[in-house]
Ligand binder design. Structure first.
Ligand SMILES: Nc1ncnc2c1ncn2[C@@H]1O[C@H](COP(=O)(O)OP(=O)(O)OP(=O)(O)O)[C@@H](O)[C@H]1O
Ligand SMILES: [Mg+2]
Length: 114
């Protein structure tokens, strides 16, 4: 899931002379954590923006177009949300939320499970 977003970011920055990939996590309300995956690629193609989370929506010649659809299913299954923003002048940020580990498990149980 996470890997899908990172792989997209790496594919997006492939043709940039200077490549930037930033991953951040910050606490979000209701026991969630917000994770952002940001790249300095060309940004989202306007033709794909409205349907990029749909299965088989792709702009890549060798793409299946399933990475984001799987990611969205997993995030929704855990009660989170996922969205993307194209930055003015290039770059894309994917932002999603998931429940924090301590919100899912009692602390003792979390320790026991490593
Ligand atoms: N970081 C990004 N920068 C620019 N466009 C993106 C980015 N991530 C996704 N996209 C756009 O969203 C489309 C759908 O992404 P998705 O991961 O679902 O499929 P894919 O990468 O094309 O194929 P795959 O099934 O191999 O993941 C991509 O084809 C691309 O146009
Ligand atoms: Mg992908």
């Amino acid at each position: 899931m996470f890997f899908n977003l990172i792989r997209n970011a790496l594919e997006a920055v492939r043709d940039q002379s200077e490549r930037t990939l930033a991953i951040r996590s910050i606490p979000a309300p209701d026991g969630m954590v917000e994770i952002t995956v940001e790249d300095n690629g060309p940004g989202l193609d306007p033709l794909i923006r409205d349907r990029m989370f749909q299965p088989f929506a792709t702009t890549k010649t060798a793409g299946m177009g399933i990475g984001l659809s799987i990611s969205q299913s997993i995030v929704h299954a855990h009660g989170g949300s996922i969205a993307a923003e194209s930055e003015p002048g290039g770059g894309t940020v994917f932002r999603f939320t998931l429940p924090r580990a301590e919100a899912l498990q009692e602390p003792e149980q979390a320790v026991r499970n490593g």
